[in-house]
Design a protein around this ligand. Sequence first.
Ligand code: MD6
Ligand code: FE
Length: 200
Amino acid sequence: MDRMNLNGVAIWPGFLSPEAQAAIVAATRAIVRAAPLFHPVTPRGQQMSVRMTSAGAVGWVSDRKGYRYQPHHPAGTGWPPIPDCVLQVWHAVAGTPVAPDTCLVNFYAPDARMGLHQDRDEACLDHPVVSISLGDAGLFRVGGPARRDPTRSVWLNSGDVAVLSGSSRLAHHGIDRIKPGSSTLLDQPGRLNLTLRVAR
Ligand code: MD6
Ligand code: FE
């Protein structure tokens, strides 16, 4: 299907072939072996339902001290490099020669969700954010730069790629729920989402 536009967010349904999806899942398993998934805690002390880890020079973490990018996993080890098969997706859709320095890996178990938020922890907000969806479908909600702006929703399916750039870079967005059992890509129910960014 051609590119869709949801409140300025570009979405390519089925951008990744089944083979490309399987390669990224295998690469993500290697990331998770080197840098295990953890449940971040918000600065207010709430445990997030999504489990996360990162690849790249820096990774996103959250704890009582706040949200930030840092050069090491909470366990103290470095993050593994961003896999080439993932970097290829960025270079195909990001529209910039600048390479990403971080890839956030989100894993949603069947009951996990992500509240409406903006991505604004990056040092320069001119670069896009590229998002890859794998496994079970997730209901993606997109609003505008103001929290009360009206929202629209779309199911992101396995292999879909979304880009927040330009006017949508600071759009509020979140995942209301996933649809367990809607994909057989992963060997367990759940959804994987990889987001690539230039953080520093
Ligand atoms: C998710 N995605 O799809 C959560 N952020 O699981 C995000 O938070 C996100 O999809 C920035 C750009 C695209 C995204
Ligand atoms: Fe986000």
